[in-house]
Structures are given as structure tokens and as C-alpha cells.
Design a protein around this ligand. Structure first.
Ligand code: NAP
Length: 329
């Protein structure tokens, strides 16, 4: 079977290779085999291939692809939560391959009628948005939450999940042409980032300042979010899109008691119970089925064209995600 891999860190579309490896054998106890159908290219994939993700470099060669959708083709002894033919989020990382094998723990059957490309993007970004909204601050109806990179997939999910819960969003983007679009999907306030952000947030919220700020950009953007947040508020940093160190003036932490936290989804899968993981994905997949959770897709590429897909995904100002597809014939 075909597998994407890279053997050195560098420009993703230059270091990528397509190789043939053996398909997984029969699954053992508690394990399943899955044919991968689709997997998006996320910013973390590009960062990892460049050698800029996590706290230490992973061993090479490595296969990229952290989330996706696939169909169960075989189940091992003792597996009763999914069956052959079910759509699932494949239970392994390194999904830019045709087939994977992994543990059945926490897997749920996804709604067969849901949009396959949206299901491919279920594992990371919707859960990230939902956990950041609920894990750090208890929000009440009418409370504001502010986020930057608000047109990202995480940002769009956060807008829709917050609205469904009665929380209002202040959405910060870096391109003015996105304002109307994000208002159109339910963003309550949409502002273009800039040095006077805090003043504009105070005006737009009528002084009902956000208790929670969600940052994907790092660098000086963190300071602008902190300034826009209520005293004793919490800034949750979950991305490093600018590539700059996280910057916050000590006056925000010392005199205004702003707390800065970091969020990473990966440890949650080990820390949460299988029931909690199952419930979270049942809740989120129902929202995908109903169309409440939806992010635009700009293009899909077959796995054989993975280098073209990576070149496309690295472009700024895209209108949607780039998705790699497999086993679609
Ligand atoms: N911590 C976690 O567990 C976790 C989990 C999932 C995702 N993430 C992170 O979430 C972030 C968004 O991921 P995604 O898949 O939702 O992204 P995406 O849909 O691919 O969109 C990328 C976003 O990044 C913005 N951007 C890129 N470079 C930027 C910069 N230098 N300054 C400001 N904005 C910049 C883009 O703005 P334009 O449209 O203007 O180019 C766009 O809004 C990424 O940082 C990703 O690593 C973290």
C-alpha cells in the first residue's frame, strides 16, 4: 500500500516521498483495521515537517496526517464499540496512507450520512474549539470570548459552538475582507487586528469585556488579546502561527491578574476517559451531520499528488482547507 513519508525536515513539498509498504495484518485483541478515506493538511502538519512542532524532534522517517476519516475493515477480539463498515476517525497518527491499524478505545461510529470531508476534520479542530471554550473559564449566557485567527477552521468552529451555547464571540482577523464572511456564520463582533484592538473591543462589547481569550498566533498578538480581556481573565494559547515567542506585558499579569494557559489536544486523549472521548465526538459529529459545524474546503488531492497538496496548503489567504483523499475509487 502507498504511504507518504519524509526522511528529513524542510520545505514540506520538497521533502515528501511516496513509498510502498506492507498493509497491516489481522487486528489483535481490542484493535481495528481501517481504510483511510480523507485527511486534511493542518498547520501542525506543515510545522512538523519543517521540524518546528512540539518540544523535541520526532524520529524519521515519519508519516504525517493527524486526523481524518476512514472505514473499519476488520475488528479484533473484544471490540464492541465499532463494527466492520462503520465510518470512524482512524485510531492512529500518520494518516497519509491507505490503511491503518490501531486501538478501538474511544472510537465511535460516525453518522454515515454526514459530509465525508467534514468528518475528516472532526478529530482535531472541533474538539480543540470545544475544549478551550469549556475547560478553563465557566462562561455564562451573554459572556464574550475573544479569539484571533478567527477565520481558521478552529476559529469557525468556535464561533458556531459558542453561539449554540449562548456565548458571544469577538473575532480578530488580519484581512478586512473576512469581516462580512465571519459575521455571516454567526460571529457577533469581527475586528481586524491592530494596535488599538483593546479600545475597539471595549467599544464593541459595551464594556462587557471577554473573560476568555483564545490565541493561535503567539508573539505580540497575545498582548493585544490580554489588553482586550477583563481583569482576572484567562488567555489560552494554542498555536504559534506567527512563529514568535509569546509576548505579554507584566502589567497585564501583575496588576490585572491575567492568567496565561497553554492548550494541546494530544494529552487529552490519554487523560480523558473513553466515555468522555466518545461523548465529545458523538456531540460534535451530530453537529457535523446537521451542518452546524462546517469549514470550507478549497481543494482535494489524491494521495499520489501529496506534494502538490502540500504546496497548495502552504499558500496564505486560502479560502478553505486542502484535503488528501485515499481509497476513493
Ligand atoms: N493546540 C492544539 O491542540 C491545536 C489543535 C488544533 C489546531 N491547533 C492550531 O490551531 C491553529 C489553527 O489551525 P487550523 O487548522 O484551524 O488553521 P487553518 O484553517 O489552516 O487556517 C490557518 C489560519 O492561520 C492564520 N495565519 C497564518 N499565519 C498567520 C500569522 N502569521 N498571523 C496571524 N494569522 C495567521 C490564517 O490567516 P489568513 O487566512 O489571513 O492567512 C488562518 O486564519 C494552528 O496554529 C494549529 O496549529 C492547535
Amino acid at each position: 500500500m502507498k504511504v507518504m513519508q519524509f526522511s528529513r525536515f524542510g520545505v514540506p513539498h520538497e521533502v515528501v516521498e511516496l513509498v510502498d509498504v506492507d498493509a497491516p495484518g489481522a487486528p489483535g485483541r481490542g484493535r481495528v483495521n481501517v481504510d483511510v478515506l480523507a485527511s486534511p493538511i493542518n498547520p501542525a502538519d506543515l510545522l512538523n515537517m519543517e521540524g518546528r512542532y512540539g518540544t523535541e524532534l520526532p524520529p524519521l522517517p515519519m508519516t504525517q496526517g493527524a486526523e481524518g476519516v476512514g472505514r473499519v475493515t476488520a475488528v479484533g477480539e473484544g471490540v464492541d464499540n465499532v463494527a466492520v463498515g462503520d465510518l470512524v476517525t482512524p485510531p492512529a497518527r500518520g494518516l497519509w496512507r491507505e490503511k491503518v491499524q490501531g486501538p478501538a478505545r474511544g472510537l465511535v461510529a460516525l453518522p454515515a450520512a454526514a459530509d465525508l470531508m467534514q468528518l475528516a476534520m472532526l478529530r482535531a479542530n472541533p474538539a480543540t474549539a470545544w475544549l478551550m471554550l469549556t475547560k478553563y473559564v465557566t462562561l455564562e449566557a451573554g459572556d464574550h470570548v475573544i479569539q484571533n485567527a478567527a477565520n481558521s477552521a478552529v476559529g469557525r468552529h468556535l464561533i458556531r459552538l459558542a453561539r449554540a451555547s449562548g456565548w458571544k464571540t469577538v473575532n480578530v482577523v488580519r484581512r478586512p475582507e473576512l469581516v462580512a464572511e465571519l459575521e455571516g456564520i454567526g460571529g457577533d463582533i469581527v475586528l481586524v487586528d491592530g494596535p488599538d484592538l483593546a479600545k475597539r473591543v471595549a467599544e464593541a462589547t459595551g464594556g462587557n469585556l471577554p473573560k476568555l481569550a483564545i490565541d493561535a498566533v503567539s508573539g505580540s498578538a497575545v498582548q493585544r488579546l490580554a489588553q482586550s480581556t477583563a481583569d482576572k481573565g484567562t488567555v489560552v494559547n494554542y498555536g504559534l502561527l506567527s512563529g514568535d515567542p509569546l509576548m505579554i506585558d507584566a502589567r497585564e499579569t501583575v496588576f490585572r491578574d491575567i492568567t496565561v494557559r497553554g492548550f494541546w489536544l494530544a494529552p487529552w486523549f490519554a487523560e480523558a476517559t473513553p466515555q468522555e472521548i466518545g461523548e465529545t465526538y458523538r456531540f460534535l459529529s451530530e453537529k457535523v451531520l446537521s451542518g452546524d459545524l462546517h469549514v470550507p474546503v478549497e481543494a482535494t488531492y489524491d494521495l499520489s499528488k501529496v506534494a502538490d497538496a502540500l504546496r497548495h496548503a502552504a499558500k496564505e489567504g486560502r479560502s478553505g482547507k486542502i484535503i488528501i483523499t485515499m481509497n476513493q475509487d
